[in-house]
Design a protein around this ligand. Structure first.
Ligand code: HEM
Ligand code: CA
Length: 172
């Protein structure tokens, strides 16, 4: 259990109740990586275009999310996450999507602050963005440059084993 509260310039709130997320109630690891610091100060998830993070996010998604949301986010007992319909429109922002994973939503969608580190949550939400197959105009989480480079996820796409990036084992 962490002893010091994380401070965040971004207003992170439970997607259902609107209560402020308690960022001190997190796993001790992965709470102050460069990626986490960047996210907490800007509200933008720096991992969404980083292959080294997407690779890890995919593994976490398959272990912690796909049982309910389907292996490519196509929807199962939980809603589809790869299309442009959101029950909670806040999920079109990185801060909103992170908050949903951190604090949970209704019913089976429980909080993940005791099972995933903050860094894991950024990785797995980056992977959720990567699985998107909807129209680029609705991908509000992408900046103009990222929108130009957007291609919808294709099943069977693979990444090299340890690509360089913010989440690489080598730290490069
Ligand atoms: C809702 C992501 C794990 C069941 C959602 C939403 C997101 C999400 C973004 C809201 C979608 C929207 O606004 O349309 C994730 C991620 C997970 C995860 C990234 C893994 C880290 C799970 C698991 C279950 C589950 C393990 C089942 C035990 C549900 C259900 C909803 C939901 C039933 C609908 C809740 C509501 O409408 O309030 N999930 N989820 N999810 N998820 Fe998950
Ligand atoms: Ca959806």
């Amino acid at each position: 259990r962490a002893t010091t509260a994380q401070s965040s310039a971004v207003d992170l709130r439970n997607i259902v109740t609107g209560e402020k997320l308690d960022l001190s109630d997190v796993l001790p690891e992965g709470k102050d990586t460069p990626g986490v610091k960047q996210f907490l100060s800007t509200g933008h998830n720096p991992y969404i275009t980083d292959a080294s993070c997407l690779k890890k996010g995919e593994q976490t998604f398959l272990a912690a999310c796909s049982g309910c949301h389907g292996h490519i986010g196509e929807g199962k007992i939980g809603p589809g996450l790869a299309d442009n319909y959101w029950t909670y429109p806040q999920n079109t922002t990185d801060a909103g999507l992170f908050s949903t994973v951190f604090g949970g939503a209704n019913g089976q969608m429980g909080p993940h602050n005791e099972s995933l580190t903050i860094d894991d949550m950024l990785q797995v939400t980056a992977w959720v963005r990567h699985l998107y197959t909807g129209p680029v105009k609705d991908a509000e989480w992408l900046n103009d440059d990222q929108k130009k480079k957007y291609t919808p996820y294709k099943l069977g796409e693979t990444f090299p084993d340890d690509p360089p990036g913010m989440c690489a084992k080598s730290g490069k």
